[in-house]
Write a protein that binds this ligand. Structure first.
Ligand code: GLN
Length: 486
């Protein structure tokens, strides 16, 4: 297979600028590879072949005319949660099987303004609810490193597409780990920005106070390039922050000496697989060699993160998903006898099992009599979890640990027991509850499957995370490994 399809964005930018290849050539290389491998991996829900080739041709013209910007002609894949004008946006659901948004999400528009190329829309857990990508109406996604295993979720299609070389990079969204966990499982680099850094406009809502879009790529350097385009204030998202966007690539080569890295003892306790732990320990030693100072810290409320998150996320999803009523959006049942029948059957047919479970639990926790006991309580606990981080960041610059307690599990292994699946989110969800930025960086293998190192930063400190991840990648080659060479 053409080696360009394993290239980084940085390498593609150079190749395009020097005329080594055209955007049309690399775009058709990716499309060929998608045709060949997607039937096995199922990373894409839709492949926008015609549009991609048209965009590539237009990009080549801009490059020839000297009018290119950073991402002109770079092919990308987008999670099917981002609305794209003219192509379907399914959110992994039957509910939106035929939904064509009449506008682009802010993130998509930012890429279009730079004349990047869209290869297609990637598979995902239905409405971003899941950790394994088994909850998609369009079938499960397979992990390119082990086709019998899950790629992680909910941005599993994006992670699998990048890992398999079907796209050099992709967008994802992270409500409780959905960028970092699939990045870890598929051996790629993913960044969940600070809440409010990237506009949520046109990104279909799961749990609005937690959802955040971000980049998934081979390297931290590529994540920096993508975040530069994704980040920024958007008045159409009331939680978007009007804050200066630093030059994320400019600080990648800063020296790490004196960087204080905190290791939360709760992230290295019972439940962490020993092979994963060994890889994380080695990654920490690497940071020590680079001059970082390692400190033991504690995030004492980590143990309440899972129940807190699942109460907040389900409450918000039950409210957000009430708009899918068979009247205004998406699936409508045949021949409803009355309005109630229309609601019941449209929602009954349109939503999958996990989505229904969460809507029901969420509606219960918000109902009169239970609101104080569950929802209000969870909001208070959420505050405690954020305070743990604020205290930790008085002592350290970044926090490091595993992204996940285990490597990718076998497809089907946990799907019958939703709680065992929820428990896998233990290290990622607190970051969303606090609204902090977090990354996952490839850091080795256990049982032949990739291990992710998680780096957590203070609010709007993405530059420091990207710098720390980039320096690690200058001294390790985990991020360069490809399942094709396995
Ligand atoms: N696994 C978590 C959930 O199911 C996180 C999903 C996400 O980040 N979108 O809610």
């Amino acid at each position: 297979m053409n080696k360009n399809t394993n290239a980084t964005i940085k390498e593609l930018q150079t190749g395009l600028a020097q005329g080594t290849f055209s955007s049309a050539e690399i775009t058709s290389d990716y499309l060929t590879k998608i045709n060949l491998l997607n039937p096995d991996i199922n990373a894409f829900i839709s492949i926008t072949r015609e549009k991609a080739l048209e965009q590539a041709k237009a990009a080549d013209q801009l490059i020839a005319d000297g009018k290119a910007s950073a991402l002109t002609g770079i092919p990308l894949a987008h999670k099917d949660i981002f609305c794209t004008d003219g192509t379907t946006t399914t959110c992994g659901s039957r509910m939106l099987e035929n939904f064509k948004a009449p506008y682009n999400a802010n993130v998509i528009q930012n890429f279009e303004n730079q004349h990047a190329v869209m290869l297609g829309k990637t598979n995902m857990d239905e409405f971003a609810m899941g950790s394994s990508n088994e909850n998609s109406f369009y079938g499960p996604v397979k992990n390119p490193w082990a086709l019998d295993s899950v790629p992680g979720g909910s941005s599993g299609g994006s992670a699998a597409a990048v890992a398999a070389g079907l796209a050099p990079a992709a967008t994802g969204t992270d409500t409780g780990g959905s960028i970092r966990q699939p990045a870890a499982f598929c051996g790629i680099t993913g960044l969940k920005p600070t809440y409010g850094r990237v506009s949520r406009y046109g990104m279909i809502a799961y749990a609005s106070s937690l959802d955040q879009g971000g980049p998934m790529a081979h390297t931290a350097e590529d994540c920096a390039i993508l975040l530069q385009t994704m980040a920024g204030f958007d008045k159409r998202d009331s939680t978007s922050m009007d804050k200066e966007i630093p030059d994320y690539s400019a600080s990648l080569n800063n020296d790490l000496s004196g960087l204080k890295i905190g290791l939360p003892k709760e992230y290295f306790a019972e439940g962490l697989n020993s092979d994963v732990a060994r890889n994380i320990d080695e990654a920490i030693s690497q940071y020590q060699k680079l001059g970082a100072e390692i400190k033991d810290i504690s995030l004492p409320n980590s143990k309440i993160a899972i129940p807190t998150y699942y109460v907040v996320a389900m409450a918000e999803c039950s409210s957000n998903l009430s708009r899918f009523d068979g009247v205004r959006f998406g699936h409508r049942c045949d021949d409803p006898k009355d309005l109630e029948d229309l609601y019941k059957r449209s929602r009954g047919e349109g939503f999958g099992e996990e989505v229904k479970r969460r809507i029901m639990i969420g509606a219960y926790t918000l109902s009169a009599g239970y609101y104080d006991a569950f929802y209000l309580k969870a909001q208070k606990l959420r505050r405690l979890i954020s305070q743990d981080f604020s205290q930790a960041f008085e002592e350290v610059d970044i926090i490091a640990g595993p992204t996940t307690p285990e490597v990718a599990w076998k497809t089907g292994e946990k799907s019958a027991d939703p709680v065992s699946m929820y428990l896998q989110d233990i290290y990622t969800i607190s970051v969303n509850l606090a609204g902090l930025p977090g990354m996952s960086v490839p850091a080795g293998f256990a049982d032949g499957k990739p291990v992710g190192l998680q780096l957590i930063g203070n609010y709007f400190d993405e530059s420091r995370l990207l710098n720390a991840a980039h320096q690690f990648q200058q001294h390790t080659d985990w991020h360069q490994m490809s399942p094709e060479e396995k």
